[in-house]
Design a binder for this molecule. Structure first.
Ligand SMILES: Cc1cc2nc3c(=O)[nH]c(=O)nc-3n(C[C@H](O)[C@H](O)[C@H](O)COP(=O)(O)O)c2cc1C
Length: 166
């Protein structure tokens, strides 16, 4: 399966990368159709809020984000993996998510409609912590952008896993 992996931790051997890459191997065992990005290595500026993308499905800022959105459109599944920082997605990943506004075309329409999404969170706290925060991100960010959430995986510090189907 053509899989795009976005990792929101700078730590290449960390818990987030480990879980995200393991899931990618399940979706695409040969890895030939998998693209992996550690988002901190990409040139992605913060959303400037100009709302250019409300007029046309593009961004006024020219950096790596247009290419990343195209990779998402071309993929069959997207894995978005983040360490929990202060109860939320890491800043690196939130910046990328904010810049995905061009895919939302208003009236509930999205260029990514139905795209399979696998969410991964890693954290020190037990897996059942932050369920409310995850729900908010699902409702107001990921589903809003049109993703079809297939699975949320939470990995706690003790290595225990919690899988939440949808
Ligand atoms: C700035 C910062 C904030 C963090 N905030 C939380 C938090 O609110 N709750 C939590 O359970 N763990 C928190 N952690 C721990 C990380 O979520 C946890 O260590 C994560 O698995 C790290 O992933 P990595 O190994 O991929 O970097 C925080 C870590 C950092 C560096």
């Amino acid at each position: 399966m053509k899989t795009l992996v976005l990792i929101g931790s700078n730590r290449k051997q960390g818990a987030t990368a480990t879980e995200a890459l393991a899931q990618a191997r399940e979706l695409d065992p040969t890895g030939q159709d998998t693209i992996v990005h550690f988002v901190h290595e990409m040139k992605v500026a913060c959303c400037c809020g100009c709302e250019f993308c409300r007029k046309e499905p593009a961004c006024s800022q020219k950096d790596d984000m247009a290419g990343l959105i195209q990779e998402m459109l071309d993929s069959e599944a997207v894995i978005i993996a983040s360490p929990v920082y202060f109860g939320a997605l890491s800043g690196q990943l939130k910046t990328v998510c904010d810049r995905m506004y061009p895919v939302y075309r208003g009236g509930g329409k999205s260029l990514l409609a139905g795209k399979k999404l696998y969410l991964v969170y890693t954290q020190h706290s037990p897996c059942d912590t932050y369920a409310d925060v995850r729900k908010t991100a699902e409702d107001y960010l990921f589903r809003f952008l049109g993703f079809q959430l297939v699975q949320t995986t939470v990995v706690g510090k003790d290595g225990k896993r919690y899988y939440a189907g949808t």
